[in-house]
Design a protein around this ligand. Structure first.
Ligand code: FA5
Length: 341
């Protein structure tokens, strides 16, 4: 085990470690020099055969070699890993200058658009917006509105009950919010109530869930002429300034007198067609002067205050505005339909 021989082994190990390109090759070299059967381990084992006077010196040299090769392997390992991480980062880097995937712009549903339009018109006329629960009690949906348990007018609303024992139901109209607001606020009250309502109904012009906008004005001096004026302004704005408007006597338990309001058919301009069933007129909303019994039910004095109320179906208005002949199209969520508005 000459000094030259050891120097040669050391040089060879260093050269090989420097040239190595990957962890696998480096591991092989580690085993070759430092493993259990590796060159250095063998040399150290052979120390016992070295002459006594040289043994200490050779042992020291061998241990230094072992440490040196070990640290060369460690440094190389770190370098290889660093290069590998760099390459991986480069490979996975995102080019943020590439154009993105275009996202389609959403828009409001046609019913929401018409609802907003209706709200805007009434807000400009001084109405505040009120809301109420969709799950109602029998009291607010019927009784307080002058429809007692056995009242025949209850048949006008095909009610979806949730729990007949507790008398909870899905509200059939937005009128119960009239009661809720009047119970909380003293007159004057001037509100509109937009919202969802539910009925056991389904055909081309009736849906089980639809939208209504209720209107209520209670004050010291409110007349039927005020009601006619307000609704005429509204209908001319939402349809057309030359739309024909007709008030027909009707019946609602919570208004007295009551009326149904028709507009001249927007499809045939009043000549008579399939949509208006040849009459030239289309019913658009219900209205009337608030029944004094309703005022009493909320604790108002009918001798002191008087009011009007109205309620309209939003789908009906949207269908006439946009020339849609089947109400179910609003709820099928077919983008080909919805994108047109
Ligand atoms: C009412 O619901 C009354 N609460 C309206 C009212 C309020 C009258 C205040 C007086 C004072 P009616 O049942 O007629 O009335 O419904 C009003 C509107 O809702 C109808 O003109 C119609 O446009 C719409 N409508 C009724 N049922 C359906 C349905 N199943 N699907 C879609 N729209 C409907």
């Amino acid at each position: 085990m000459s000094k030259n021989e050891l120097t040669r082994i050391k040089k060879e190990a260093r050269d090989q470690i420097i040239q190595v390109k990957n962890i696998k090759e480096l591991d092989e070299l580690k085993i070759k020099y430092l493993g259990k059967k590796g060159i250095l381990t063998q040399l150290l084992r052979g120390l016992k055969d070295v002459a006594q006077e040289e043994r200490a010196q050779v042992g020291k040299t061998l241990n230094e070699m072992k440490e040196e090769i070990g640290s060369l392997v460690k440094d190389k390992e770190a370098k290889i890993q660093e290069v590998a991480i760099g390459a991986k980062l480069k490979e996975e880097s995102i080019d943020i200058t590439l154009p993105g995937k275009p996202l389609g712009l959403g828009k409001l549903h046609i019913i929401t658009q018409v609802m907003e339009e209706i709200k805007d018109i009434f807000i400009k006329m001084g109405f505040a917006v009120a809301e109420g629960p969709e799950v109602e009690t029998d009291y607010y949906n019927f009784e307080a509105l002058n429809m007692e348990q056995e009242h025949p007018a209850r048949d006008m609303w095909s009610t979806l009950y949730i729990d007949s024992k507790n008398n909870t139901l899905l509200r059939t109209h937005t009128s119960p919010v009239q009661i809720r607001v009047m119970e909380k606020e003293s007159p004057p009250v001037r509100i509109i109530v937009p919202g969802k309502v539910y009925r056991h109904d389904l055909d081309i012009s009736h849906a089980p869930m639809f939208h209504q906008v209720e209107g209520l004005w209670v004050d010291k001096e409110v007349t039927f002429s005020d009601l006619k004026g307000t609704l005429s302004i509204f209908l001319k704005q939402i349809f057309a300034s030359d739309v024909g408007i007709r008030f027909r006597p009707s019946f609602f338990p919570f208004t007295e007198p009551s009326a149904e309001v028709d507009i001249s058919c927007v499809i045939c301009k009043g000549k008579g067609c399939r949509v208006c069933k040849g009459t030239g007129w289309i019913e658009i909303l219900g209205a009337g002067m608030v029944n004094p019994r309703v005022l009493k039910n909320v604790g108002y004095n009918p001798e002191e205050v008087i009011g009007y109320a109205f309620g309209m179906g939003v789908e009906r208005i949207a269908m006439l505005k946009c020339g849609i002949d089947d109400i179910r199209l609003f709820f099928e969520n077919d983008l080909r339909f919805l994108k047109q508005f």
